[in-house]
Design a protein around this ligand. Sequence first.
Ligand code: SF4
Ligand code: SF4
Length: 781
Amino acid sequence: MSRSMVTLDANEAAAYIAHHVSEVIAIYPITPSSAMGEWADQWSAENKKNIWGTTPLVVEMQSEGGAAGAVHGALQTGSLTTTFTASQGLMLMLPNMYKIAGELTATVFHIAARALAAQALSIFGDHQDVMAARATGWALLCSNSVQEAMDLALIAHAATLKARVPILHFFDGFRTSSEVMKIEQLDEDDMRFMIDDELVRAHRARALSPDNPFMRGAAQNPDVYFQARETVNPFYARMPQIIQDTMNQFAARVGRQYHLFDYVGAPDAERVMVIMGSGGEVAQEAVEFMHARGDKVGVLKVHLYRPFSVEHFMAALPKTAQKIAVLDRTKEPGSAGEPLYQDVVTALMESADGARPMPRVIGGRYGLASKEFTPAMVKGVFDELKKPNPKNHFTIGIHDDVSHTSLPYDPHFSTEDPATTRAIFYGLGADGTVGANKNSIKIIGDETALYAQGYFVYDSKKSGSTTTSHLRFGPKPIHSSYLIRSANFVACHQFNFLERFEMLHVADHGAIFLLNSPFAPDAVWERLPRSVQQTIVEKQLKLYVIDAYKVARETGMGGRINTVMQTCFFAISGVLPRAEAIAAIKHSIGKTYGKRGKVVVEKNFAAVDATLANLYEVQVPTNVTSAFDLRPPVAAGAPAFVQNVTAEIIAGRGDALPVSALPVDGTYPSGTAKWEKRNIALEIPVWDEDICIQCGKCVFVCPHATIRAKVYDPQCLDGAPEKFKHVPARWKEFEGLRYTLQVSPEDCTGCTLCVEVCPVKNKSETRLKALNMMPQPPIRA
Ligand code: SF4
Ligand code: SF4
């Protein structure tokens, strides 16, 4: 049977199943799970049906606690009900989750697993939230990839009806929830095959109803509570086999076979890693690479974490395993070890029969709050296991100079397939770069036989900050759930990024570097910082430039450079032959903008053609000539903490900060934001002092307090630069004083609010006001 190949992320994949097999969906958005609720809401608004032909009722509650309560209530009426959440949202659901499990109610919650707010809030991914739910009596089923998020979502919905144990289906927040990947889409017949209508009827029959009155959820005293709590044991004892049988049923139809614990690697492995989540994909890539070179290593990827089946775990573990490293993506301060480690140790102890030597087990932490986890780190852990006395309770991926837990590793170890195209794009939040890249993945994923993966790194400041897109395309399935460290295509969509941070350290030798430049091909070299020139020369990069803003303006696209930059990528990256690539992008434009009419489509076609006419390869000189270099992240006069910590974070070197650099309790000095000069505005407001009426509205409206008015004594002007603007203050009470309105160019975001609010029009040129947006670089220079 041939199913569609689709390009989507795990949030959409899980929501797609959940919406098809539910009747009630209670939601409350929380990053990074929000998209699941948004998809469900949208599909119900579009009247999309579930597999029984009804439109699921989607209700947004006042909090996650309310959503869980609504789920509990709907379940008690016999509805097939679900929700989506993450992090603190899951914490708010815990009280209801105990009730739902205690009443043996079939349901699935889909979780984009995320860090919990401890010393600081973090929106990024790890397993702290789901680990905090492991005592609730819910099964914990983990998907490691986008394909698994769709497959195991369906397996979860099918299995919970059989087992009557609710299932918390989770995958890694951001790394999996937001990773765009080409996968095979399950169809409605697959869902009907997996969901047994008899079990749905049985679920309904357990509903509270005046037609069939009974009582559920009473209070119990010391005489019976304990015994009643023990009644559920057989349900949990049966659960692992029910899940495995459901996985087998799925495999018989779809062809993808999952196990509670999936083993990959040498059949006679001596060193084995046990891991759960997207880290399992990374470990698989590293293990396959090392095994092919003769290393006896393997990885056991955990799917069903609760109930933890000792029997299935031992059956999946190679009998040859002598050393085991268990990796937890969570932290439990003060524990004897993190939870997965403790379960593995218990499983081995309980299975010890003297027939085979007990393996040496070590446990460690990795990847908290989406900290990168790479094949190099996997290798570092395997190298540690080789030692006679490997370090236990280790960390990997950080430099712990306080408790000395961290393991060393060689960051240059790489398992990337040379046949995979690896591209990195630096853009500005909301400049269209991420949208264009998602579109490129869809074009290549949907219209070619290539596999495609996209991952997008944002910082918490969202709009107006840097976005980095990591795209892979290749002939084989992609397991690389980590950022690209060595790219054969690098694009910089904002010229001013060049002097702000290093970006070509990720470029491979001979890679293509595409630069959106306001400077012509024969003038751009002298405008590049010295270290950028040096890297281009040393790595023999091919440099291409385009003035994307000019092309966008001239083709009626305004400030949107997404189509222009995307066309450049298709034209020069070599992922597809050039003519085929341009035809594909035009086909995609027709599909995307067709509904908006011919004019919009033609405008975009014109932008594609103009792009090709304005894209130039620069003849790279052999010499480094630039007289300037990257600007320091903060001014020299900044306090020590800002120099040593904040500046490193601003410069993108936060990963290298040692444990000792950070406060123990999340307490930071205040007033440090002023040292961060983001310098992101392409245009800034320029004051026309002659017509300004000094109303102060612009000062009042600026969301960043970037524009300030001052009234001062004329003597303060002694020594001021000649071009410093000032006029007499217009108020009676300030007679004789001077007035200046000043913008801080490096803090301005270019939002234009101040210009919009300015009430004064220039009578000689009415398109102008007393404040007007002008290109920033010449003014700053
Ligand atoms: S453009 Fe926006 S950020 Fe810049 S000064 Fe005006 S209001 Fe402030
Ligand atoms: S809003 Fe316009 S007129 Fe009012 S102070 Fe600002 S620049 Fe001057």
